[in-house]
Design a protein. Sequence first.
Length: 240
Amino acid sequence: MTKLNLEKLPEHIAIIMDGNGRWAQSKSLPRSIGHKNGVKSVQLISEVCTNLKIKHLTLYTLSLENFNRPKLELNNLMLLLSSTIKAEISKMKKNNIRFNIFGFRNKLPDKINKELDFAISETKNNNGLNLNLALAYSSRYELTNAIKEISQDILDKKINIESLNETKISEYLLTKDTPDPDLLIRTGGADRLSNFLLWQSAYTELYFSDKYWPDFNEEDFNEALINYQNRDRRFGRIEH
């Protein structure tokens, strides 16, 4: 079996954690149990990334579209998010993990936002893994919001339209302080991006797994990394 090359690891890994509900349904369990088991996979993969000294891990946790789900499921998700944040703060501090959120947090309950702010504040001085949750996130909404802000800044003469380039546009995105992902993993068997980091993933390597997220383990993660390491990233250039 091919071994992982520790000298050729991605700096930033993004994951679409798909399949919690279907995992539960396949076992005749409530969807909420699937989400709880999905948290265990988050803990495992975060630990693996910490051990490998990966710099950035971004997890697609809740999209704006997910707010159209049944109210009971959304309430359960918020309760799970709240309890998980509280339980994980001490572990993040111990493991030197810096916690952050990408999303439109005005869509979230005040109680959740206060807990998120506390976790961000408690871990802000850590310099190990940057653990980013994409929460209440939508890439199209993010881009629309960026266009509005850019347009307003041009009208207010804060920037000149001639100064607009890819770098300047990226400064208006929620991910402005984070490098674009090198590798994006999606579990659950679907081969699509589902409105996740569309601008940022222009040259990202994509890896799709049929495993439901609660079943995605360290071996599966290493397989994705090895697959990534065997690719030739040309960024539009010709192969030498």
